[in-house]
Design a protein around this ligand. Structure first.
Ligand code: PMP
Length: 406
């Protein structure tokens, strides 16, 4: 055992409960993770001792809250190993981070005839903003397909790049297939053509150590709530040279330097992209979550989750009629599957009644579902607080689904 699983589970109050008279088994971690007591306490601490609007006041509480907020930015910077704190923008989630880049990058760089490259395995949040921006600006969205294991083909990607390609926007880890994309190789390839790369890390940061300088990606986005932190928090990392050049996304307080009747000058980074009062309580929780994860060690988390994935894959492979979607060698800890002709929704309903939370449906990846010609999958996504015994319970629940519906 890499860390003490009982001790870890004790940190998560929500996992202690029974549902339908059974202990809750939570396998919907790709949708949102549960929060350790340390995160909940950080929010309480903030409201009981530090609450105030930030960056504005000269009084004690305002300065204390501001210092804590900027300390959180340093924590995030270290967590993803960004070069500067000004490269860390707080947002309300991966979706907002991705919309910010699509909107501002589009305005600054995209002209009719230009091309953006993305992939068929993207979450709608890293697909629709690019699609709509391309439609607005007369550009073309080019979509890279996958092989039978749910992997991207770098030779095909290489053939798609040309002098009109302005950006590659790809997911680090697929929320449906679990595939960990070879993002370092992709960034190297793209940079040979002077093309910047945005990585959607919504499913990356919670499973793998991420070093944005080592990856050399130009943008990296993620949500706090999938990283054991509060809802409504997120991060956009961007290289300073791009963030300096991009126009602001939202306008208002905080993001300005000086406002005149006929024009406005904008604040320096990162504040240029943080208009209005931010989610300070959420950022306090995000900081506590990162401190918690760093204490466990992202390498340890990745190793333990790899064991969970291996165990789940072996056990579920023995179920007759199961078909996996996403069988890459490089996979994060989730399994997406269908059982015979059983609709994923029906399977999910029965599995739920056995106390197990799995996700069913298209997982916000309709282009991928269309390409696979399926309506959706059942997805069990594992976190470091899950156990092999819980996976055994899922296997039993699937046997029950088959009994009832086959
Ligand atoms: N990208 C991926 C790969 C995701 O899995 C998700 C969430 N399912 C998102 C983006 C969007 O995240 P959020 O809804 O937290 O903004």
């Amino acid at each position: 055992m890499i860390f003490n699983i009982e001790q870890v589970r004790a940190d998560f109050p929500i996992l202690q409960q029974q549902i339908y008279n059974r202990p809750l088994v939570y396998f919907d971690n790709a949708a949102s993770t549960q929060k350790p007591r340390q995160v909940i306490d950080a929010i309480r601490q903030y409201y009981e001792h530090d609450n105030c609007n930030i960056h504005r006041g000269v009084h004690y509480l305002s300065m204390k809250a501001t210092e804590a907020y900027e300390e959180a930015r340093r924590e995030v910077q270290e967590f993803v190993h960004a070069k500067n704190t000004c490269e860390i923008i707080f947002t309300k989630g991966a979706t907002e981070s991705l919309n910010l880049v699509a909107s501002s990058f589009g305005k600054r760089y995209i002209r009719p005839g230009d091309e953006i490259v993305t992939s068929i395995m993207e979450h709608h949040s890293n697909f629709v903003p690019w699609q709509q921006m391309c439609l607005e600006r007369g550009a073309t969205l080019r979509v890279l397909g996958i092989n039978e294991h749910g992997e991207l083909d770098l030779d095909v990607l290489s053939g798609m790049l040309n002098e009109k390609t302005r950006l590659i926007a790809l997911t680090h880890v697929s929320n449906v297939l679990g595939t960990i994309n070879p993002v370092k190789e992709i960034v190297t390839l793209a940079h040979q053509h002077d093309i910047p790369v945005l990585l959607d890390g919504a499913q990356g940061v919670s499973h793998l150590p991420v070093d944005v300088q080592e990856l050399d990606c130009d943008f990296y986005c993620f949500s706090g709530h999938k990283l054991y932190a509060p809802m409504g928090t997120g991060v956009l990392y961007g290289k300073e040279k791009y963030l300096e050049e991009l126009p602001p996304y939202q306008l208002g307080g905080e993001m300005i330097k000086d406002v005149y009747l006929d024009h406005t000058t904008f604040n320096e980074l990162p504040f240029k992209f943080e208009a209005g009062t931010p989610n300070v309580e959420g950022v306090m929780g995000l900081r506590a979550a990162i401190v918690y994860l760093r204490a466990l060690g992202m390498e340890n988390i990745a190793s333990y989750e790899a064991l969970l994935l291996k165990y789940a894959t072996e056990k579920l492979s023995a179920v007759e009629g199961i078909r996996f979607y996403g069988t890459s060698q490089h996979k994060a800890s989730l399994v997406s599957f269908l059982i015979g002709a059983i609709h994923p929704y029906d399977a999910g309903m029965i599995i739920d009644k056995m106390g197990i939370a799995v996700r069913t449906g298209h997982h916000c990846a309709m282009p991928l579902m269309d390409s696979l010609k399926i309506p959706g999958t059942v997805r069990a996504s594992f976190a470091f607080y899950n156990t092999m015994e819980e996976i055994d319970q899922l296997v039993s629940a699937i046997a029950r689904v088959k009994e009832m519906l086959s």
